[in-house]
Design a protein around this ligand. Structure first.
Ligand SMILES: [Zn+2]
Length: 131
């Protein structure tokens, strides 16, 4: 079954086709970024204007292309947060690192967060439940 990613603010479908479409920005540069819906796959396509100013370690701002809300997680500002649609239950939270080059994604699975990406061990003790 296809995984549908939603904006946590307006609940718009962020991957109507295959890729997740978000707005990425850094300083005054802003453009679209396409992300893989597969957790742990960090292949992406983005606007060349962003590539010019974003170097590894830079925190990218992600926002919703539909309602323009800032997607920075309230639980941890180093991460951006999306929802995965779950028709019968409440949506699951997905967090991924905002730092360019840091490969860490967490998906809510019941009472825990499952980690994906090679940098995930650096965040082992992070509490994403906000508290
Ligand atoms: Zn939205």
């Amino acid at each position: 079954m296809k995984t549908v990613y939603l904006c946590p603010h307006c609940h718009a479908n962020l991957n109507p086709n295959v890729k997740i479409i978000l707005v990425a920005s850094h300083r005054r540069r802003k453009g679209l970024i396409l992300l893989s819906p597969q957790p742990g796959n960090y292949k992406y396509v983005w606007d060349e204007h962003l590539a010019e100013v974003v170097s590894p370690g830079v925190k990218v701002n992600f926002s919703c292309p539909v309602c323009h809300a800032d997607l920075t997680s309230r639980a941890n500002r180093d991460f951006a947060e999306l929802f995965i649609d779950s028709p019968d239950k409440k949506p699951k939270r997905v967090l991924f690192s905002r730092k360019h080059g840091t490969h860490a994604t967490f998906i809510e699975k019941g009472d825990v967060f499952a980690g994906y990406g090679e940098d995930v061990d650096d965040f082992e003790r992070t509490n994403f439940f906000g508290s």
